[in-house]
Design a protein around this ligand. Structure first.
Ligand code: SF4
Length: 498
């Protein structure tokens, strides 16, 4: 059964695009909903998505300039006119065709660049290979030589369309990455994956495949998030249990477990059943999460330890991911009952280095301290910056040796009645309130972009960012105190043998 009872009827023939491949890899149901879903139920596009798109276009133009590429840009009204022009340029043997349009066998594509190379085709002694321009790296893991799968499959899609158009299949495609490097990718090892994915996408778009939401980490960034969450809550769907993915849900369903309630019910048995594909440890965790979801109360199930230090430093940074800038270091210091907020703010990207220096100067004055942060993000970003800017490595090591990742403790020792364990979600469950209704780092990054463009006119945005950052630090204090309190209770219970 699909979640499409109220969905628009299919009126148009199927058209598959390269974006379907990217979306399918994120979540197959997104492909389905984008085609059949009721658009009035979509969350609005976020400011971040809009800016991301605009930056993508600007990146393409910058990369063309930097590489000094003489391209022939396809111009025309609508897809068909542009496609005719693309085919004309291909026949003429144009060297580099920018923003061409191609279609074949229900597939439509707009490869960023088509590059002419030698080799017989319908057009004569030459043919074309596709190039995509991306703002990030072409690699998932550059050292291991592993490319991003969605890039390789998108190029495979264009290679497929090109084969149908020119009569010869390109063996390679290129990615021009964020640093304007041209990275050639051999597409042959991806052929099997590509064919499987395209067949599944075709099935979904034709309405022939079953599709349902499966709540996961990616949903937070998806424009169907409210719709899918409502769907899952109405059904008490087991995917509401954190990290219970589509595959594991299928395993449970085969055994008749479809709801969180049914999964929680397994906790009453003396021994848990065995399910192929779910380890005993993972099942135990899922059952515990299901019980917590039903009870609505967070639990600490394993002990935690905090060092005894004079000064506690609750630390959070803010970054602008498009330019990869760290623009704010925020700290709430706590000494006994006294608290104070300290921040280091780069008013423009050019101030990133001086802000970095000021932050480390502050750190050098700290004594007998313990740092608390949430997730390893702070460490990763600061490590990257230490390779760009001068840094006292001894001080850097001391700072992170004296640090506790509160998220690591939450993940290992607690369960929460929420599918998200973000600091916002868990602190909200402890009664902490942010000033913003829907706070988030991406939202703060958007405010920063606007602020940095015109600081004088946007003072209020800077205040909002700083307040948001301070509140993240304060939320950590609420969480840390809860963990310490629960730990004392846990120890007491252990001692009394309960
Ligand atoms: S909200 Fe989640 S389940 Fe729904 S379409 Fe988006 S990614 Fe898929």
């Amino acid at each position: 059964m699909t979640s499409g009872s109220s969905f628009q009827e299919r009126a148009q023939p199927i058209i598959i695009t390269a974006s379907h491949i990217y979306d399918y890899l994120i979540c197959p149901h997104k492909v389905y909903l984008d085609t059949f879903g009721d658009r009035s139920r979509m969350n609005h596009e976020t400011d971040f998505e809009r800016v991301l798109w605009e930056r993508g276009m600007a990146h393409e133009e910058d990369a063309l300039k930097q590489l000094n590429l003489a391209v022939c840009e396809v111009e025309g009204e609508g897809f068909e006119e542009c496609e005719k022009e693309t085919l004309r340029l291909m026949k003429c043997g144009e060297g580099l065709i920018y923003q061409g349009r191609l279609s074949a066998a229900s597939m439509r594509g707009s490869p960023d660049l088509l590059e002419k190379i030698e080799g017989e085709s319908r057009f004569g002694s030459h043919h074309y290979i596709p190039t995509e321009m991306k703002s990030g790296s072409a690699y998932e893991d550059e050292e291991a030589g592993r490319y991003k799968l969605h890039y390789a499959l998108q190029l495979s899609f264009y290679a497929d369309v090109l084969e149908k158009v020119q009569g010869i299949k390109p063996k390679t495609g290129n990615i021009i990455d964020g640093e304007s490097r041209v990275v050639p990718i051999d597409l042959r090892p991806f052929e099997k994956d590509y064919l499987e994915h395209i067949a599944e996408i075709r099935d979904l778009l034709s309405g022939g495949a079953e599709s349902e939401p499966c709540i996961g980490g990616v949903c937070g960034q998806c424009h169907w998030r409210s719709f899918c969450l409502d769907w899952a809550r109405e059904r008490d769907d087991v995917s509401l249990v954190r990290k219970l993915n589509r595959g594991k849900r299928n395993v449970l369903r085969k055994s008749g477990i479809r709801t969180v309630q049914e999964l929680a019910g397994l906790g009453k048995a003396k021994t848990l059943p065995v399910f192929e594909g779910i380890s005993a440890k993972a099942l135990q965790q899922f059952v515990r999460r299901a019980v917590v979801l039903k009870r609505g109360e967070p639990i600490l199930h394993s002990p935690v330890e905090f060092p005894d230090r004079k000064l506690e430093v609750f630390f959070d940074i803010e970054t602008e991911p498009l330019e990869e800038i760290c623009y704010l270091y925020g700290i709430v210091e706590r000494k006994g009952k006294k608290q104070r907020y300290v921040s280091f703010f780069a008013d423009s990207p050019e101030e990133e280095e001086s802000t970095w220096k000021a932050f480390w100067e502050y750190v050098s004055g700290l004594e007998d301290f313990q740092v608390y942060h949430y997730t390893s993000y702070e460490k990763t970003v600061l490590k990257g910056l230490s390779e760009r800017y001068p840094c006292d490595l001894k001080l850097f090591d001391e700072f992170f040796q004296n640090s506790t990742d509160l998220y690591a403790l939450v993940d290992k020792c607690t369960e929460w009645p929420s599918h998200s364990y973000s600091i916002k979600a868990v602190s909200k469950l402890l009664g902490f309130e942010y000033s913003e209704r829907d706070p988030g780092g991406l939202k703060a990054a958007m405010w920063y972009i606007e602020y940095a463009n015109a600081p004088e006119a946007n003072r209020a945005l800077k205040e909002k960012i700083v307040r948001y950052n301070r509140e993240d630090c304060e939320a950590m204090i609420v969480l840390k105190d809860w963990l310490a309190r629960k730990n004392t209770e846990l120890q007491r219970k252990k001692r009394s043998g309960h």
